[in-house]
Design a protein around this ligand. Structure first.
Ligand code: 4NP
Length: 147
């Protein structure tokens, strides 16, 4: 099973989803490959934003060596499940020709979008974003990967 987490820039939310999923899968011995990307191209090659790196570190995860990349059509063949962090990501994937993306918020937050923290005023709010992603990722893996 291969799962791809998709946000806009691949520097704030989806790197957290990727790291949380990898860590949880390892702890649970789930057989799953995970990756993340963005629909936008602005941040290709960049490390995650400082506040995502900070919250990850506080929660015991190191994402400092991650590098942002943009989604590509090969991803639609390579991955079994694509997860959009918000509904705009799902729309963008549809515009690129991928109709089956699932919404992260449907795995524990009644379809809520994971808020885009790029324009948050400082670090406040990253805790909540992390908690929301963590809850959804765990539910997702328990539902889709657990044998
Ligand atoms: P992300 O956050 O989608 O969670 O990585 C964003 C990062 C960059 C931008 C928007 C959202 N941007 O407009 O550059």
């Amino acid at each position: 099973m291969k799962i791809l987490f998709v946000c806009l820039g691949n520097i704030c939310r989806s790197p957290l989803a990727e790291a949380i999923a990898r860590d949880y899968a390892q702890k649970k011995d789930y057989q799953v490959e995970v990756d993340s990307c963005g629909t936008g191209s602005w941040h290709i090659g960049e490390a995650p934003c400082p506040d995502s790196q900070k919250i990850a570190k506080i929660r015991g995860l190191d994402i400092s060596n991650y590098k942002a990349r943009q989604v590509c059509k090969d991803d639609f063949k390579k991955f079994d499940i694509l997860i959009g962090l918000d509904s705009k990501n799902i729309t963008s994937l549809k515009e690129l020709g991928y109709k089956d993306a699932l919404l992260m918020g449907d795995f524990g937050f009644e379809g809520e979008d994971v808020p885009d923290p790029y324009f948050f005023d400082g670090f406040e709010g990253f805790d909540k974003v992390f908690d929301m992603i963590e809850t959804c990722v765990k539910n997702l893996l328990d539902e889709k990967v657990r044998k």
